[in-house]
Design a protein around this ligand. Structure first.
Ligand code: ARG
Length: 443
């Protein structure tokens, strides 16, 4: 099983140290358990494990015991919940950051904070290196390593999954058995799951076929819309400068609002996302997500912005939202781009205050009402009744000048609107081809 030609990267240790010290981002799962032992063997190192609590439902109580049994010298469990919500999730929410217009990025937002926590412990424990359990084909390795490079440029990073000799889960399990490492791999989960309070990512197994509908057992925290209650659930969310501060009239911490909304919205089948997504490393992957609170809060926040943002700011901000999302997704959290974008976003959020009322019903979120002390909605301008104060006459001149460029163009190029028919025929042909192909694949 061992690959004798493998040479681990060299580590230099402090001359006062008896042994190398390596801090590992540890989840307690199979990969990171193997890493702990493997690093001890390869480097004759003392291994310190660092586990971040980002509000995942999976119990962390058993983690220290497991880490020590696996051979860890020291074990850290870091409660990062409030920092995660206040410093990572809410900036992304204020920015309206949804990767490829859809994914709220629970995993992508969690990684830089886990990396930061890992670096802090590594410095405190005078470690010569840090290690993570990301694979060589995902986004997470980039997020971890780009964050570490920014926070501790001289710290060595080890990514055992990219280098080691194990080629399958079975080989890793065999290694655990050989070294008496406790693994809970008896009931094998067919999916790879990454979870925190902002959402759950579910990959692998049958989900790798994009034509297969996710089976019921893939979902962890939402009910199927079909099984959701037959009556809608109303919720109200209050925002202060773009940040949620109260749920159903009760002031709560950001973390509690998200946690509670996950339950309420999840019970209504809200927050399931099935997405073909472009990874940073060039691969298209099929991802299934559950993010009930994230979906509801993004929806509510946008509805409040519709009421309170100036038109030009609103339109401009939607472009920034895409850039902000790409920045997070691509692991650029700890770069000068973020505070620069935050400055813009925070300026826009000064007037995003008020209450949004929503109805959650069988997988859907609907707007039921909104109000704000900063509302730009002026009934006197909008109304069709006698209360109307809008200057109708002013429209005539406005339209004349507004449409002048197009009018001029088509006067000079009268045939500019042709070619439509040819295009229609081409589209029809392409559609017929796809139908033929589909018939070929379905039995
Ligand atoms: N595709 C998502 C992302 O890159 C989710 C990745 C899930 N990661 C995992 N280790 N299971 O953010």
């Amino acid at each position: 099983m061992k690959n004798s030609s493998y040479t681990p990267p060299r580590l230099t240790k402090d001359k006062h140290m008896k042994k190398q010290r390596i801090a590992v981002a540890y989840s307690g799962g199979l990969d990171t358990s193997v890493i702990v032992k493997w690093l001890q063997e390869k480097y004759d190192a003392d291994v310190i494990t660092v586990t971040g609590n980002l509000g995942q439902k999976k119990e962390l109580t058993g983690v220290p015991d497991k880490a020590y049994k696996t051979g860890a010298k020291k074990v850290y469990i870091q409660d990062l919940r409030d920092e995660y919500v206040e410093e990572y999730i809410f900036p992304a929410l204020k920015a309206g950051a949804l990767y490829e217009h859809t994914y709220p990025m629970a995993t992508s937002l969690g990684r830089p904070l886990l990396a930061k926590s890992l670096v802090e412990i590594a410095k405190r424990e005078r470690c010569t290196a840090v290690a993570h359990g990301c694979t060589g084909k995902g986004n997470d390795q980039v997020r971890f390593e780009a964050a570490i490079a920014a926070l501790a440029p001289d710290l060595k990073v080890l990514a055992p999954l990219r280098d080691w000799e194990f080629k399958s889960r079975e080989e890793e399990i065999a290694y655990c058995e050989k070294h008496n490492i406790p693994v809970s791999a008896t009931k094998k989960n067919p999916y790879s799951i990454d979870e925190n309070v902002w959402g759950t990512a579910i990959e692998c197994g049958i989900l790798e076929d994009p034509m297969v509908e996710p089976p019921a057992d893939a979902f962890q925290c939402t009910v199927s819309p079909q099984d959701a209650p037959d009556k809608p659930t109303a919720v109200t969310i209050e925002f202060n400068q773009g940040v949620p501060v109260a749920l159903d009239g009760k002031k709560m911490s950001g973390f509690n609002i998200i946690d509670r909304l996950n339950q309420i919205a999840g019970a209504n089948g809200v927050g399931r996302i099935d997405l073909i997504e472009n990874r940073l490393v060039g691969i298209k992957s099929r991802e299934v997500y559950e993010a009930p609170a994230a979906v509801v809060l993004h929806f509510a926040h946008l509805e409040l912005e519709r009421l309170t943002l100036d038109k030009e700011v609103a339109h401009y901000k939607s472009k920034i939202a895409q850039d902000y999302a790409t920045m997070i997704y691509n692991g650029l959290w700890f770069t000068p781009l973020r505070p620069a974008l935050d400055a813009f976003v925070n300026e826009t959020q000064k007037t995003v205050n008020g209450i949004v009322k929503l109805k959650l019903y069988k997988g859907n979120v609907d707007i039921a009402g909104r109000m704000s002390p900063n509302s730009l909605y002026d009934t006197k301008l909008a109304t069709y009744t006698v209360e109307d104060t809008f200057d109708h006459k002013a429209s005539e001149g406005f339209i004349k000048i507004y449409s002048l460029p197009a009018k001029t163009f088509y006067q000079v190029n009268p045939k500019g609107l042709a070619k439509k028919q040819v295009l229609k025929r081409k589209v029809k042909k392409a559609a017929a081809k796809v139908r033929r192909q589909y018939r070929g694949t379905s039995s």
